[in-house]
Design a protein around this ligand. Sequence first.
Ligand SMILES: Nc1nc(=O)c2c([nH]1)NC[C@@H]1CN(c3ccc(C(=O)N[C@@H](CCC(=O)O)C(=O)O)cc3)C=[N+]21
Ligand SMILES: [Mg+2]
Length: 300
Amino acid sequence: MTQARAEPGNLIDGKAIARRLTDRVKIEVEALREKTGQLPGLAVVLVGNDPASEVYVRNKALQTHRAGMRSFMHMLPETTPQDELLGLIARLNGDPQIHGILVQLPLPKQIDPAVVTNAIVPHKDVDGLGEVNAGRLSLGIPGLVPCTPLGCLILLRETLPQMRGLHAVVIGASNLVGKPMAQLLLREGCTVSIAHIDTRDPAGLAREGDILVVATGRSGLVRGDWIRPGATVIDVGITRVPTHDGKTKLVGDVVFEEARQVAAHITPVPGGVGPMTIACLLHNTLQAARLTLDPQGGLA
Ligand SMILES: Nc1nc(=O)c2c([nH]1)NC[C@@H]1CN(c3ccc(C(=O)N[C@@H](CCC(=O)O)C(=O)O)cc3)C=[N+]21
Ligand SMILES: [Mg+2]
């Protein structure tokens, strides 16, 4: 069942929802400190000097401090051999001050992201991308859930009173977003379809979605006529494009002005999924810290 098309373009305010989540994390960090005398610590590893990645990594460190946690940055040169990165991860795995480890993606070509991701001990894998946490998610066992899909799920829960029985269409089947997103929606009681590069009629499938999550990295892919009237649209895409006046701006995978005429609820870019990704990273770091400092605290 879809919602009525009452107010077109009802915005989902990811920035505000992310701020509330971060505020909650901050309170719980303080409670953990009072109980154990220790603060959660997050290590962020960046290999190379991609300017966009540098901005994200700095932003993550800033938000980590804002939530009252400790942040450790490791910036390695573009030419870092894989073995050297694995050596750093081994040290971080064994460091009791570090509860979460994130290796920023993408990585330079000499490094296999799967090898690196799986080198992080599962209880510090705050990206939730390793085999153990991905397996736990698909089996419905508590674990660390990838930040972007978790952020999308929280936005959907804030927007829709009930997801059980809704048809959710996920466009994009990556290990980073599409696949874990589909697992979370399934767990929520949705009927889930995943469209990918070989899907015959992605627009037709998208139009079946009461919920549409778009994570392809192809800006402007999803037009207004891909959207079911009254649907809830979550746009994960984030691409920097040039504007007429020689500046740049961020756009999603969805043609926003078209989509907001049709959808009941839609996330903007920026200010939608992006801020939630960082808030969920903080949430996961707190969860990871609890796993070692306060095991009875458990995983949500
Ligand atoms: N291991 C790993 N984990 C990640 O979670 C990960 C990654 N690698 N590599 C890159 C992508 C990208 N990503 C974003 C996080 C925040 C915003 C964000 O805060 N966006 C703001 C705008 C920021 C701006 O103005 O540039 C917004 O949408 O409002 C965007 C993108 C995390 N990623
Ligand atoms: Mg966004």
